[in-house]
Design a protein around this ligand. Structure first.
Ligand code: FAD
Length: 491
């Protein structure tokens, strides 16, 4: 059988391994860390367990699809439930908003909390759904770098409807024009952060994101987010995929601009094709550093998505008013994004996202306690003084939570761990610690992401959040599908 070598056991690397194994390839995955999952990892501290990276699970059908392709019942490996309450939102003036999965219930809740007419909310929901229907097949599920994509019927239809995807004004402008209520404008603007972008510059096309959450729903895996990884690794191993941990790849070895294999611990391992799940920036700058003429410089110099600062706190109390996902909004969203994107710093009143998996998985925290994953959006790492920024941000976050919850949160912290952009970069080789590869702040971003197949090096493919179609679990899983379609098209 032909042999495929995969660099990195992030979710996209694992999904690609499964797809290629099902195509009859002998697949070997080389992972630098001693565990699989990359950004999707786990943290255990005292008696608390945390999902260290992603916490919001959408589009679970893309995970199920992998089990089904292998002829297995997904439920035998991986169980999850749909959330009735997607997220709770808190504003400084005491206004609260609960996002329900049920669209009508949610529109009524919005109208009750903010005074916005239900029709305005429904119109926005319909617009999101329309953008999704136009863009989905063309921008997300296929290669943008393959002429066939543009010749399909879907693509041609999308071209005629291009004006409807709202690419020529910013997301904020579109939301501001849709709603009278500033609460709602802020609520919808926040979706830009789902791929690490800035609503004040990103195109209104990103208003597609709430559709994914509100129409397709938000989910929680019964055994926590990390079970997405453990169940997929189990599936891959059942298909005879070999995983090698603590095996950082040092080089992609080329012969006549063709990938001959990879170097791990000075040993050459040959294969018929190589797939890099390593951040595309480091793939070129480290693994292909001997071949600068093959580097796509323009692609690599694009602006990176934002990063995150996370505090993992074991809390010795349970809060009835909190749910699995909670957001505490900044009083000045524009200033918050100006700090992240222009000043490359952190605003003194940041929007705080609080995830508590023990709400759904009680054994993640001891009795009477909760595991708090407290995250703010921060700029990508360009050499800021993180130590002092973290101290200040921690103080401001605690003050904000204490103000809104009416409890001295700092007195409740039993244990703490911190992850910053520098830590994200060093743990997963993600350039500048960005969460989602390149940002979507430009209307051309979708076309500028690196393709899933190298244009210059035959037999070299790319998957994961730093390449097409972008970051986040669902898109990473789609990148694996596109790679496997491209491999098939060639062989
Ligand atoms: P990565 O997870 O980036 O993994 C790449 C792997 O390659 C790593 O394991 C790394 O060690 C390995 N590697 C790198 N270089 C080498 C080498 N030379 N040799 C061998 N191995 C190598 N997404 C969502 O959908 N929902 C969320 O709520 C969400 N929240 C997030 C919160 C945080 C804090 C973070 C960090 C990310 C979040 N994301 C979220 C984004 C999501 O986690 C990523 O888009 C996705 O997990 C990236 O997967 P990937 O396949 O690109 O690989």
């Amino acid at each position: 059988a032909k042999k495929a070598l995969i660099i990195g056991a992030g979710i996209a690397g694992i999904a690609t391994a499964i797809r290629l194994a099902l195509k009859g390839y002998r697949v070997e995955v080389f992972e630098a860390n001693c565990y699989p999952g990359g950004k999707l990892s786990i943290l255990e501290m005292d008696e608390f367990r945390f999902d260290a990276g992603p916490s919001l699970f959408t589009m679970p059908q893309y995970v199920d699809e992998l089990f089904k392709l292998a002829g297995k019942n997904p439920e035998d490996y991986f169980k999850y439930q749909k959330l009735d309450t997607v997220c709770r939102y808190f504003y400084e003036d005491g206004t609260q908003l609960t996002a329900y999965a049920d669209a009508n219930k949610f529109a009524n809740e919005i109208s009750k909390a903010t005074g916005e007419p239900v029709e305005a909310v429904k119109k926005h929901q319909a617009n999101s759904s329309n953008i999704y229907n136009i863009t989905n097949h063309v921008f997300l599920e296929r290669s943008l770098h393959n002429i066939k994509t543009y010749l399909s019927r879907d693509a041609l239809q999308s071209v005629f409807k291009f004006a409807q995807i709202d690419a020529f004004r910013t997301m904020h402008k579109a939301n501001d024009a849709s709603f009278k209520s500033d609460y709602l404008v802020q609520f919808y603007d926040r979706y830009a952060t789902y791929n690490g972008s800035n609503p004040y510059t990103a195109p209104a096309t990103l208003n597609v994101i709430p559709h994914l959450e509100q129409h397709y729903g938000a989910y929680f895996p019964d055994d926590g987010m990390y079970s997405i990884i453990t169940s997929l690794v189990k599936l891959a191993e059942s298909l005879w995929v070999n995983f090698y941990y603590q095996s950082p790849v040092d080089e992609i070895v080329l012969k006549n601009d063709k990938a001959e294999g990879i170097k791990v611990n000075d040993k050459l391992i040959t294969g018929d094709l190589v797939v890099s799940n390593m951040d595309v920036w480091f793939t070129y700058s480290k693994l292909l550093k001997a071949h600068p003429r093959l580097h796509p410089k323009k692609t690599l110099n694009q602006e990176r998505s934002s990063s995150a600062l996370i505090f993992y706190w074991g809390i010795r109390k349970q809060f009835k008013e909190l749910d699995l996902h909670n957001v505490f909004f900044s009083t000045d969203y524009k200033a918050e994004f100006d700090h992240i994107w222009k000043k490359k710093s952190i605003f003194h009143d940041p929007t705080v996202y609080l995830n508590i998996s023990s709400k759904y998985k009680p054994d993640d925290a001891p009795e009477g306690c909760e595991n708090w994953f407290v995250m703010i959006n921060v700029p990508a790492n360009t050499g800021q003084d993180w130590d002092s920024m973290i101290i200040e941000a921690r103080f401001n976050i605690l003050r904000k939570l204490t103000r809104i919850l009416g409890e001295h949160v700092s007195d409740l912290i039993l244990c703490e761990s911190i992850l910053d952009p520098w830590g994200i970069e060093s743990k997963t080789s993600s350039y500048q610690g960005s969460l989602y590869g390149t940002s979507s702040n430009s209307k051309f971003a979708a076309f500028l992401r690196h393709p899933n197949k190298s244009p210059k090096i035959s037999n070299l493919y790319f998957c994961g959040g730093s390449v097409h179609p972008g970051g986040g679990i669902p898109l990473c899983l789609l990148s694996a599908k596109i790679v496997s379609d491209l491999v098939e098209a060639k062989s």
